[in-house]
Design a protein around this ligand. Structure first.
Ligand code: TYM
Length: 340
C-alpha cells in the first residue's frame, strides 16, 4: 500500500495515548512496550492526547490525574525523557492549529466511514460532540505536525492511520508540494489486539464497564491473579498445536497474552502447555503477568508521588516538541498563503 515518495523524510516516530480511564494490558502490549526500543534508533515523540480525551466528558481533576498516570506509565515502562520528547498534546498549540487545516482537507465522506466514531457515538449520534466526529483529523495533525514516518499502535488504530495517509496525500496533491510523508503504521509484536478477559471476541478496553474484563497497569498482584483466575475459558485443555486455538477465542487470547508477557511465540507457549488444563495454565499466566507488570506498577506509584518532577519533564518535552512543530506549521501556512 505504500506509494513511492520522491521527497525523503527523516525517520521520526510519533504515538499517543488517551489519558482517560485506566491504562490496560492492551495499551501496554499493543503500544507502550513497542515505543521503548524505537528510542534507540529514531527521533521519538510520545504524547498524552488530552485534547482527544475531551471529545467525551472528562471530570477535570480526573483528567489531570490520568494525564500524569499515562506519563508515569510511559517512564516506568522504559521511556527515557532525555531520548524521547514526552509531553501533553494541549501543551503544543500547533496540534490544534494543524487540525483545523486538516478539517478543511479531509472530506465528510472519509470521516463518515470511521468505525471508531460509529462505535463511540452509538445510537445517539446526534448527541455526539463535533470533536468526537473530527477526532481523526486531530490525530492526523498529531502525526504530520512532526512529519512522522512511523506510528507504533495497536490494530484498532489502523483505519485512523489510513485516513492520515489520505490527508497527507490530498494535501500534497492539492498544493502540488510534498510537504508530508505517507506515514507507516507500525503494528508490532504478537499482541496487537488483546481481547477482553470476559469475552474473547471483544477488545480489552479501558471503557468496558466490567473491571474484570481487563488487567489495568495499576492493578496490584492480587487483582491480577484474581482477574486471571476469573477469566472466561472453555472446558477443554489447551491444544497440542497452535491451529487448535482456532474457534477458541478466550484460550487464544490467554495464550497470546502469555507469549507477549514472557517474550515467546504462541507456538512456544503451546509447546510448554499443550494438553494441560486451565487449572495449570492460569496460575502460570498470573505468575508471568505479576512478574512483568509488578515492577512497572511499583515504579508508576513512585513517579506519580512526585507530580512536580513529572510536570517538569512534560514541560521540557513540550518545549522540544514545539521546536520541531513550529517550522512545519510555518511551512504549511506559507504553502496555503496564510500571511504570518
Ligand atoms: P488509545 O488511547 O485508545 O490506546 C492507546 C494505544 O493502545 C493501543 N490499544 C491496544 N492494543 C492492543 N490491544 C488492545 N486491546 C488495545 N487497546 C488499545 C491502541 O491501538 C493505541 O496504540 N486514537 C488513539 C490515540 C492517538 C494517537 C495519535 C495514536 C491520538 N493521536 C497519534 C497514535 C498517533 C487512541 O485512542 O488510542
Amino acid at each position: 500500500m505504500s506509494e513511492p515518495q520522491s521527497a525523503t523524510f527523516a525517520p521520526r516516530i510519533f504515538s499517543g495515548v488517551q489519558p482517560s480511564g485506566q491504562l490496560t494490558l492492551g495499551n501496554y502490549l499493543g503500544a507502550i512496550r513497542n515505543f521503548v526500543p524505537l528510542q534507540d534508533t529514531h527521533t521519538c515523540l510520545y504524547c498524552m492526547v488530552d485534547l482527544h480525551a475531551i471529545t467525551v466528558w472528562q471530570d477535570p481533576e480526573e483528567l489531570a490525574r490520568a494525564t500524569r498516570h499515562v506519563a508515569a506509565a510511559f517512564i516506568a515502562s522504559g521511556l527515557d525523557s532525555v531520548k524521547s520528547a514526552l509531553f501533553n498534546q494541549s501543551q503544543v498549540a500547533e496540534h490544534a492549529q494543524l487540525a483545523w487545516v486538516f478539517n478543511c482537507v479531509a472530506r465528510l465522506g472519509w470521516l463518515n466511514r470511521m468505525t471508531q466514531f460509529k462505535e463511540k457515538a452509538g445510537k445517539d449520534r446526534e448527541k455526539a460532540s463535533v470533536g468526537l466526529y473530527a477526532y481523526p483529523t486531530l490525530m492526523a495533525a498529531d502525526i504530520l505536525l512532526y512529519k512522522a514516518t512511523g506510528v507504533p499502535v495497536g490494530e484498532d488504530q489502523k483505519q485512523h492511520l489510513e485516513l492520515t495517509r489520505d490527508i497527507a496525500q490530498k494535501f500534497n496533491n492539492d498544493w502540488g508540494k510534498e510537504v508530508f510523508p505517507l506515514t507507516e503504521p507500525l503494528i508490532l509484536g504478537d499482541a496487537t489486539r488483546v481481547m477482553s478477559l470476559r469475552d474473547g471476541t471483544k477488545k480489552m478496553s479501558k471503557s468496558d464497564p466490567s473491571d474484570l474484563s481487563r488487567i489495568n497497569m495499576s492493578d496490584d498482584r492480587d487483582a491480577i491473579a484474581t482477574k486471571i483466575r476469573k477469566a472466561k475459558t472453555d472446558p477443554e485443555p489447551l491444544p497440542e498445536t497452535v491451529d487448535g486455538l482456532e474457534g477458541r477465542p478466550e484460550a487464544d487470547n490467554l495464550v497470546g497474552i502469555y507469549g507477549a508477557l514472557a517474550g515467546i511465540s504462541k507456538d512456544e507457549v503451546i509447546r510448554q502447555f499443550g494438553g494441560q488444563g486451565f487449572g495449570v495454565f492460569k496460575p502460570a499466566l498470573a505468575d508471568v503477568a505479576v512478574e512483568r507488570l509488578g515492577p512497572i506498577r511499583d515504579e508508576m506509584v513512585r513517579i506519580e508521588s512526585d507530580p512536580a518532577s513529572l510536570d517538569a519533564i512534560l514541560r521540557d518535552g513540550a518545549r522540544r516538541a514545539r521546536e520541531m512543530a513550529v517550522p512545519v506549521l510555518d511551512e504549511v501556512y506559507d504553502v496555503l498563503g496564510l500571511v504570518r
